[in-house]
Design a protein around this ligand. Structure first.
Ligand SMILES: Nc1ncnc2c1ncn2[C@@H]1O[C@H](COP(=O)(O)OP(=O)(O)O)[C@@H](O)[C@H]1O
Ligand SMILES: [Mg+2]
Length: 240
């Protein structure tokens, strides 16, 4: 069994007075790929924001419980510090700089990883995303939706993370682009990047992850290995 690199224990998250996450327990093995599935509003993005230190008193939100990266406590750490430990976050909604070129979008995201390692150079990223190489001098705003989403994932990699959090990267994309993203995620897995993804697209999640958690109303209601999970489980919780 691979070692756990990221672990949530009894995590409760709040926006103001309203509790959004309830006693979440979740483990991500090193170099593994884990997905969180659930309908709109169940708390997938809040889980990712909690990991990234984005719920804090500055925005009247908070997290209790424990979130550990390689045994190091992250609850209470500011988000820049969480990012420095080796976790990169691709938020939901394709946030890129529309007036900067593809290449500029990548270069401003560049950062050395843990211990100064720089595994993901722009050349390596272009190998993985040939369509970005072909559009390197295009402004971000001129890219297609699929290319913009590729760019957000590529920007995450420019941070040389150990763990990549991907929040609904397939949202609103054509099936062919979803397949392309799936191939890229599987290439990342071969390169030992640890992946935690939030998804509503079950087929995509199944194609790229080895374990899945299903959430409902802020709680985890199911956890299992992706390949051993009967289709009825997804139907029950996700209404397929
Ligand atoms: N900044 C916020 N302030 C208050 N409530 C929020 C905030 N962001 C999300 N919520 C609420 O938290 C719940 C979970 O949202 P979210 O984590 O975005 O779900 P998901 O990503 O699964 O769609 C929803 O009920 C949503 O309305
Ligand atoms: Mg979300």
């Amino acid at each position: 069994m691979a070692q756990t690199i990221l672990e949530l224990r009894n995590v409760n998250s709040f926006y103001g007075e309203s509790q959004i996450l309830f006693d979440l327990n979740l483990q991500v093995p090193e170099a593994g790929s884990v997905c969180i599935l659930g309908r709109n509003g169940v708390g997938k993005s809040t889980t990712m924001k909690s990991i990234m230190g984005l719920l804090n008193p500055k925005n009247r939100s908070r997290v209790t419980g424990s979130i550990q990266y390689k045994g190091k406590e992250l609850v209470g750490a500011p988000s820049y510090q969480v990012a420095r430990t080796g976790i990169a976050y691709v938020p939901q909604g394709r946030h890129i700089f529309p007036t900067l070129t593809t290449k500029e979008n990548l270069l401003i995201a560049e950062r050395r990883g843990e211990g100064g390692q720089q595994e993901w150079t722009i050349e390596r990223i272009y190998d993985l995303f040939p369509s970005l190489k072909a559009r390197e001098n295009f402004k971000g705003g001129r890219l297609s939706g699929g290319e913009q989403q590729m760019l957000t994932v590529a920007r995450g990699l420019m941070q040389n993370p150990r763990v990549l959090l991907l929040d609904e990267i397939t949202e609103g994309l054509a099936p062919i682009v979803v397949d392309e993203l799936g191939e890229i995620i599987n290439r990342l897995r071969e390169n030992n990047v640890t992946i935690l993804l939030a998804e509503q697209n079950v087929n995509f999640a199944l194609a790229v992850s080895s374990q899945c958690y299903i959430m409902e109303k802020g709680s985890i209601v199911y956890h299992g290995s992706t390949k051993d999970t009967p289709k009825e489980v997804f139907a029950q919780y996700l209404g397929l």
